[in-house]
Design a protein around this ligand. Structure first.
Ligand code: CA
Ligand code: CA
Ligand code: CA
Length: 388
């Protein structure tokens, strides 16, 4: 959910977590993109661009024969998705053979939309793609489009529960220093700054009924979890602890909020939505735990468990009462930003490989069928969120 921002670094200056924030967005530490994905990826990107051009051409010629044009469009969409699959396949990864699958036709329904962030143009920019399934149920991304950008950077996007708005953190009005929470239409248009304060605000998460937004911001001594109306009204500090409280996520019944805190090393906490009854549910001094996200069914919280405390780790889940902790995925590079699919069957996340750009991956909630969904050849991809 998090990316590097000066304000956050200030808030968390003494905290180990600053290290992982840095790891999220420093392209210099990642080496060359073309090395990491290979010439195949570069060629595929060119194929995508050419295919998009021919799609437009086919659509403009439909007056001559709707059938022929329709076939051309379908073939083009196939080519684009095929090229996308090749582009996103990391060289040498054992799971990568799963990613090249039969191509969806235009008649297949999407299974949602992924919004995510990339730093490929120098500042955080929000992108989106539709998600399809092929005949085997394998997820395949459609064409990636840019949704929201500004010179100050835009990140941590979250669909509203009804899919009609996006909330995100933006440095547009503060030049990275004092991020605000903004709301925009799914098209990226009509963005509105709903906090506009000198303080830093980030990691927005919607209440299930869409009426409120929880977020992290400065408290008296450290970052706290705050709640406000979805129009920015009635900002209230609900966690209000002397420690750093970050990464809020609302329970689907609206009654509770989970978050990460460094009160006893980094752990996952649960509290009532009014801030009462704050409870440490991981209680692990061995690992750092953060990035919690509450499942749509309400029975599990997914989070990152970071054994070596370097800012990325493996994906685990736990029941909201602290029981039934289980590891979803490990031993495949490290991960950040886990988020559930709307039906709770899958988890989308940022895969953090060593020495290459980060990628968007997906895994079944039981830990099987992990595979890449998207990566850029010229920058990191992170902060994925899955909407209807
Ligand atoms: Ca602000
Ligand atoms: Ca811990
Ligand atoms: Ca780690």
């Amino acid at each position: 959910m998090r990316t590097l921002r000066p304000a956050v670094i200030t808030i968390l200056a003494s905290m180990t977590i600053a290290i992982f924030l840095g790891c999220t967005v420093q392209p210099a530490s990642r080496g060359s993109s073309s090395e990491s994905l290979g010439a195949d990826a570069v060629n595929s990107e060119a194929t995508v661009k050419a295919s998009v051009d021919s799609t437009v051409e086919a659509r403009t010629n439909t007056a001559d024969g709707a059938n022929a044009a329709e076939q051309a469009v379908e073939a083009t969409v196939s080519a684009v998705i095929s090229a996308t699959q090749r582009a996103q396949r990391p060289a040498g990864d054992k799971d990568s053979s799963n990613s090249l699958k039969p191509i969806p036709s235009e008649t297949e329904l999407t299974v949602g939309k992924i919004i995510f962030v990339s730093d490929r143009v120098g500042t955080d920019t929000i992108y989106q793609f539709d998600l399809y399934t092929d005949d085997d149920g394998q997820l395949i991304p459609g064409i990636v489009s840019e949704l929201i950008n500004s010179s100050g950077g835009d990140h941590e996007p979250q669909w509203s529960p009804d899919g009609r708005k996006i909330a995100f953190a933006s440095g547009r009005d503060s030049n990275w220093i004092q991020d605000d929470i903004e709301i925009a239409h799914p098209s990226g248009d009509n963005r509105i700054n709903i906090t506009n304060t000198p303080a830093y605000e980030g990691s927005p998460t919607w209440s299930p009924d869409g009426s409120q937004i929880a977020f992290e911001s400065e408290g008296e001594t450290a970052s706290d979890i705050w709640v406000m109306g979805a129009d920015g009204s009635n900002r209230t500090n609900i966690s209000d602890s002397p420690y750093n409280d970050i990464d809020p996520s609302w329970s689907p019944d609206g009654n509770q909020i989970t978050f990460a805190s460094d009160r006893a090393g980094w752990d996952i906490y649960v509290m009532n939505a009014d801030g009462s009854n704050q409870t440490n549910i991981t209680n692990s001094s061995a690992d750092h735990e953060y990035n919690p996200s509450w499942s749509p069914k309400g029975d599990e919280i997914v989070f990152i468990s970071d054994e070596d405390k370097d800012g990325s780790g493996w994906i685990s889940t736990i029941s909201p009462d602290g029981s039934n902790r289980r590891e979803v995925i490990s031993g495949m590079g490290e991960a950040q930003d886990p988020e559930w699919s709307p039906d709770g069957s899958k988890i989308v996340f940022t895969k953090q490989p060593h020495n290459s750009f980060s990628e968007i991956w997906v895994v079944d909630a039981d830990g099987t069928s992990s595979h890449p969904l998207w990566s850029f050849s010229d920058g990191n991809s992170y902060n994925p969120h899955w909407g209807h």
